[in-house]
Write a protein that binds this ligand. Structure first.
Ligand SMILES: [Zn+2]
Ligand SMILES: [Zn+2]
Length: 340
């Protein structure tokens, strides 16, 4: 019997789950972001301006869904020069649009760009004192825990740009997903294609997903306004383009991350995983142990499908599709104890 890892039913919706606008330090307005992304086939934008969560539901249409969110930055509080400061960035996406309140809010600190102009619109629990951010495992885990309690989907962003490595990120608990691709950072020359970070976390036993996102800020240069747009995305398979259906798909891992290649089908049958995709140079099977598999294009004939046997000792597996330009699409990790 087939067990679909990406649901058989529903539709794929193209999403950018990390985005900045003129509400914080972006140079493109929320409306312009919507128009630009819609023209490139996107249906979903998570508006994740720095530290300010504003409902952009006025932008919703039958073919466009704005998600409510914000990005938090937790910096080492030292006299370290700015370009050496360790920092942890998290995107928080509200699961319940109607009842979302910003967590870990401070009434006057941590706002930059235009965020100060919008702080009067922030909804938060007024009975709580101002929240002081602390860069430590405990401090960041407290934020993640409050975000989860506040009904947010939490992603861990661009570890390479943040200068974080194993000693830092291995101590973070409870994130829902990691950014496999952050196009804005890649575009600036950082190595925020993060398969090794993802494997590190998975091998620690963390059962988390991976997304692709632009983290677009835009340029003030009218000829190059969208230079950090459209380079990484998440394909979400949901029953409908509705807030609750899309959140349910995120919660259930019904999506993959990509820089371009498409994955059209993914299922398990009789101990093997089957993948179908757009024309590729290589499809790779990655596991939690020293066991991998590859299927490559031969004689200039691209590959569009592959089958890999799942070994019970693999711990988890995930698949990567790489096209001839070197762009990747990556599935979430699937743990063998839930599959076989
Ligand atoms: Zn960031
Ligand atoms: Zn960002």
């Amino acid at each position: 019997m087939k067990k679909y890892l990406l649901p058989e039913g529903g539709n794929f919706y193209k999403a950018n789950l990390h985005c900045h606008t003129t509400v914080s330090d972006g140079s493109v307005t929320p409306e312009e972001v919507k128009a630009a992304y819609k023209s490139r086939g996107y249906s979903i934008i998570a508006y994740t301006d720095h530290d300010i969560m504003i409902d952009h539901d006025n932008l919703r249409e039958a073919d466009f869904l704005p998600l409510l969110g914000y990005e938090m930055e937790i910096n080492v509080d030292t006299n370290t020069p700015h370009n050496r400061i360790l920092t942890c960035h998290l995107c928080l996406i509200a699961r319940d649009r109607e009842n979302a309140k910003q967590v870990c809010w401070h009434r006057s600190k941590y706002l930059f760009g235009n965020a100060d102009k919008y702080k009067h619109l922030v909804k938060f629990d007024e009975s709580l004192p101002d929240y002081e951010r602390v860069y430590s495992h405990q401090g960041i885990n407290d934020i993640i825990a409050k975000a989860k309690a506040g009904n947010f989907f939490v992603t861990y962003n661009h570890p390479n740009w943040s200068l974080e490595s194993y000693p830092e990120y291995s101590g973070y608990e409870g994130m829902n997903a990691i950014e496999m691709f952050n196009f804005g950072c890649l575009n600036e020359g950082y190595d925020d294609y993060n398969p090794s970070v993802y494997d590190d976390l998975l091998r620690q036993g963390k059962r988390i997903y991976c997304i692709g996102a632009d983290d677009n800020h835009g340029s003030k240069n009218p000829e190059n306004r969208y230079f950090d747009f459209f380079g990484a995305f998440t394909m979400i398979k949901a029953e409908a383009l509705e807030y609750s259906a899309v959140i349910e798909a995120l919660d259930n891992g019904n999506f993959y991350a990509s820089q371009g290649p498409e994955i059209t089908e993914l299922y398990v049958k009789d101990g093997k995983v089957y993948i179908k995709c757009s024309e590729a140079a290589q499809i790779t099977y990655t596991t939690g142990i020293r066991h991998r598999g590859t299927v490559k294009a031969k004689n200039d004939v691209p590959v569009t499908e592959a089958v890999f046997a799942i070994h019970p000792e693999d711990i988890y597996f995930r698949l990567t599709v790489t096209d001839e330009k070197g762009l990747h699409a990556t599935t979430n990790a699937y743990f063998v104890d839930k599959i076989l």
